[in-house]
Structure formats: C-alpha cells, structure tokens
Design a protein. Structure first.
Length: 229
C-alpha cells in the first residue's frame, strides 16, 4: 500500500510539473497530448515486464488459479483451433484448485474479445498487449479531443491526464485480460463518435462494447432513452 501511495504522490507532482512546463513553453495543444501518450508508452514499457513475461508463456508449463490465467489459456487453446466453449471449459479445469465449470450462463464470458484476439498474429499473448497499447493511446488522444470541444486548451489536457492511471494499471497488470478494460476502450471511442454525430461508427462501437461486456447495455440504453427525450 505504501508503494502505491508513493506512486500517487509522485504522479501528482509529475502532473503539476508537466503542466508548468507546458505553460512555460507554450506548447501547442497536440504537442501536449502527444507528450502524454509518449509518457504512457514509456511508463508501460518500464513497468510491464512481468505482464509481458506472463503473456509470452505457454500456460501448460506453469500453474494458474485466477481469471486472467483462465482467459489466457482460453485464448491459447483457440489459437490452436479449439472451439471457444470447449477452450473455456478446459481452461477452467486447468486451475490448480477449484476446477469447476460454471453451471449458469453468467459464469461464461461472451466470446467476442477472444475472436478479436484470435485474428492477431502470433500464438502468444504479446500481440494482445500491443493491441491494448494502441487502443489506450487512441483513448488518450480522443479524450483530449473531447476535452478540446468542451473545455478548450489547456483544460483539454485534463481528461487525458485523469484517465492515464486507469489505462496504465492495465498495461502493467494481469487484469489487462479482463473484458472490462476492452469494453471501456470501445465505449470511449464510441462516445467520441457520438459527440461528433458519426452515427455508423457510434452504433458499431457501442454494439461491440455490449458484445464484449454485456453490462454496458445499461449505460448505453439510458443514453438512448435520453437521446429520444
């Protein structure tokens, strides 16, 4: 906990220092957001070694007993031609304890994100990591664009700065494999298209959001109700 608290303190001072530098140098808006994106990529590369090692392993050669391990095992089996539901069943039974296959539908994850991962090159999970970095960088940029529309510079940097730690946590932790991170990415991108009235891409991204994590049907449904009224 103390280490985590220290990270918060250092990050806060770093954010204040970064804002001061931007103001003193009078950087353009896009240069400021690109500085945040580069900082995110460098921080991810510096702190994500353990995660990259985990994603690059073949799971049969070590034990796992958590959801990220089950997800990675499911993905690897699908890359070898196993059907999603059979792959998920085998992955659940591969835990070193609690080898229980869910009996209710809520215990089974939707297969959408697994099909997206399966088309990526390579048989390990490192391509998943790279795809996440691309999506996270896109989110940082689009958060800035949304901020520019409603806040103006320099406050337009604030959304990117606030979402930075959320994105960085997944870039260094096994929780990257949880569907919530991916559905949130698609949702934010879809929100950007919604604000800019790009209806086709909005519908596509919001549909993908729900297909990755069904819980998003509630906020998207409420947004749809608000749109009609």
């Amino acid at each position: 906990m103390r280490t985590f608290d220290s990270v918060i303190v250092y990050a806060s001072f770093a954010g204040l220092a970064l804002g001061y530098v931007f103001k003193r140098l009078r950087l353009r808006e896009k240069l400021a957001v690109w500085a945040i994106i580069v900082a995110f990529l460098l921080a991810s590369a510096a702190t994500g070694a353990t995660l990259r090692q985990m994603l690059g392993r073949d799971l049969p050669f070590y034990n796992y007993n958590n959801d990220p391990g089950v997800i990675l095992k499911t993905y690897q089996l699908m890359k070898h031609g196993v059907d999603y539901y059979e792959a998920f069943r085998q992955a659940q039974l591969g835990r070193f304890s609690q080898q229980i296959v869910p009996n209710d539908v809520w215990g089974w994850r939707l297969p959408t994100i697994f099909f997206i991962w399966r088309i990526l090159p390579g048989s390990h999970g490192l391509s998943i990591y790279i795809l996440y970095l691309v999506l996270a960088s896109t989110i940082l940029y689009l958060a800035f664009k949304i901020g520019s529309k409603y806040l103006g510079f320099p406050l337009s940097i604030l959304p990117s700065y606030l979402i930075f730690p959320y994105l960085h946590f997944a870039a260094r932790d096994q929780m990257l494999l949880e569907t919530e991170w991916w559905s949130a990415a698609f949702f934010i991108i879809g929100l950007y298209f919604l604000i800019n009235k790009r209806w086709f891409w909005t519908t596509l991204l919001f549909s993908l959001t729900v297909m990755v994590r069904e819980l998003y049907v509630l906020p998207i449904g409420l947004m749809l109700v608000y749109f009609f009224f």
